[in-house]
Write a protein that binds this ligand. Structure first.
Ligand code: HEM
Length: 510
């Protein structure tokens, strides 16, 4: 999961580290808080900033003095913390009208919130419909999202206690809901999601700023401009939608240019995030794979057939290699190919990685079948719930009468434009017919799509005009909730923490 560090020193001091490079810790906790009292709520934000909870992108715990700084953090009970705020949170804090209006104009999905858009824009129908989401994802519940990272659950616990006692915390105390994630493995090369899938293999690489003529965005290398993820910079098309040059009418008496500069500075270095809790049904997925494998097994072993089916659904073999046209049922994957920088130019008929496979849908790279812009997204998430103890070869035989514990993914996705990136990925690319030539089946994404039983066919091209058609896909995941949050730059957090001009100072103490 490499991400370039080619941003300016100013940007790297202001952008939250989670966005551009993420953290490599085993545990995470996502706290969703409701705003109760704005004066104290601002005091809490000020305490987070002043006491060093927030982590700028330039923090490097592997560099000189880094391990000591990190150890001190944990000794003080301060985990690395990242902060996102919802539109209702900004309203509650009394953000000024010009900034709210700008968000209404430029970020309508963020303003409306995921709950109101999920059925139409995210494919969340049936068991995933927002009315069934967990309480903390229901409207008017979450105003602030705090993401903590740590090496152990005990460190998270200690940090949460510190936060609960921090100055102004009662401004947010109405409702603290925690969602805990943990990587299923300690080796960074072996971090697996549920469904026993290797993760963290590919991640967009951010090109250095300012844009130079030498390095251009390159979909096959998965390189993109900072503006695809962070506001205030050029995107891949060379446009900076948050430059805001003299875009606003003069309302405050300030010269237009000065107003625009102030607005642009406030939003610069921030990003939008979608926090999505997704439950995964291991048994249903395992049984589907087993049934399909039995049907195509022929002279091969069941394990070989299962590995083949799984690879064709995800687009990668169990070891993370992208499925190649020469990879056949029963054969070991061929010569090692790049797991991170690759494209589908050698696989234009989908003979290796089908057009419907999860990774080809979510990032088609240079695939000519995609007529419009690429829609890169930074993935910062972790699995939740216990590791699946059943056998991936025969989940049915391990079934008991006990209800399966819930497990899934706490997905956290960053982008500069929720409508054009996150929502398009889910609403169109995951929950519609795959892009590609006509012979591509009608299935939705086999991992995360809301497939209807007995309705969708997953198409696996096999060459010489033959294809495998897999039927019986189910929705193997269920959305438990989605929250849209804005992750401000550190300077904007400091501004948000300032008392409003006519606000009485808060009483001291939490
Ligand atoms: C339980 C849900 C999910 C599972 C099990 C899952 C699984 C995976 C796996 C195994 C990979 C390959 C590992 C890698 O390339 O690093 C992957 C890649 C990816 N997934 Fe998911 N995913 C899930 C949800 C989502 C969602 C909701 C989105 C979009 C909003 C998404 C977008 C992506 C993207 C963009 C890639 C990278 C593809 C590439 O660059 O080649 N995934 N996912």
């Amino acid at each position: 999961m490499s991400t370039s560090t080619g941003q300016s020193a100013g940007a790297r001091a202001n952008i939250q580290k989670l966005i551009t490079s993420g953290f490599r810790f085993e545990h995470s906790r996502h706290l969703m808080l409701t705003l109760r009292e704005p004066v104290q709520a601002k005091q809490f934000l000020a305490a987070l900033a002043q006491d060093g909870w927030l982590v700028p992108a330039h923090e490097d715990w592997s560099g000189p003095g880094g391990p000591e700084r990190l150890a001190q953090r944990f000794a003080d009970g301060r985990c690395p913390l990242s902060l996102g705020i919802t539109f209702s949170g900004l309203l509650g804090l009394g953000l000024d009208a010009r900034k709210l209006d700008l968000l209404r104009a430029k970020a309508p999905a963020f303003v409306q919130g995921a709950h109101g858009r999920a059925q139409t824009c995210l494919g969340d129908t049936g068991d995933s419909q927002p009315a069934l989401w967990e309480a903390s994802f229901q409207p008017a519940k979450a105003d602030l999202l705090l993401v903590l990272h740590a090496s152990s659950a005990a460190q998270l616990e200690q940090a949460q206690q510190q936060l609960a006692n921090l100055r102004g915390s009662t401004g947010w105390h109405g409702h603290w809901a925690a969602h805990d994630g943990a990587h299923l493995g300690t080796d960074p090369q072996q971090r697996r999601l549920h469904f026993n899938l290797l993760d963290g293999l590919s991640q967009p690489v951010i090109l250095p700023e300012p844009p130079g003529s030498a390095e251009r965005p390159d979909n096959s290398r998965n390189t993109h401009r900072l503006g695809e993820f962070v506001l205030g910079y050029q995107d891949n098309a060379g446009v900076n939608p948050w430059r805001l040059a003299a875009e606003r009418p003069a309302a405050s008496g300030l010269p237009i240019a000065q107003q625009s500069a102030e607005l642009a500075a406030f939003f610069k270095d921030s990003s939008f995030a979608a926090f999505r809790k997704i439950a995964q049904d291991e048994s249903a997925f395992g049984e589907f794979v087993q049934r399909q494998a039995q049907a195509i097994q022929g002279r091969f072993s069941l394990a070989q057939a299962q590995a083949f089916v799984r690879a064709k659904l995800v687009g990668r073999w169990a070891d993370g290699q992208v499925v190649q046209p020469a990879d056949a049922l029963g054969a070991q994957p061929g010569a090692a190919v790049a797991r991170e920088h690759f494209d589908y130019s050698q696989d234009q008929a989908g003979l290796g990685c089908p057009f419907g496979a999860h990774i080809r849908r979510m990032n088609p790279r240079d695939d000519p079948v995609v007529p419009f812009r690429r829609r890169p997204i930074l993935r910062r998430g972790m699995p939740y719930g216990p590791r699946f103890e059943g056998s991936y070869c025969a989940p049915a035989s391990t079934a008991t009468d006990l209800p399966a514990p819930e497990r899934g993914l706490l997905g956290l996705f960053f982008c500069a434009n929720l409508e054009q990136q996150f929502e398009h990925l889910l609403g169109q690319w995951a929950n519609d017919t795959p892009m590609g030539p006509d012979n591509r089946g009608n299935a939705r994404d086999p991992l995360i799509g809301n497939n209807l039983p007995d309705h969708h066919t997953y198409h696996i091209p096999m060459g010489q005009d033959s294809a495998l058609q897999l039927r019986g896909l189910l929705p193997f995941v269920k959305t438990k909730g989605t929250l849209y949050a804005w992750f401000p730059g550190l300077s904007a957090i400091a501004q948000l923490a300032q008392p409003a001009p006519n606000q009485a100072p808060a009483a001291t103490g939490p």
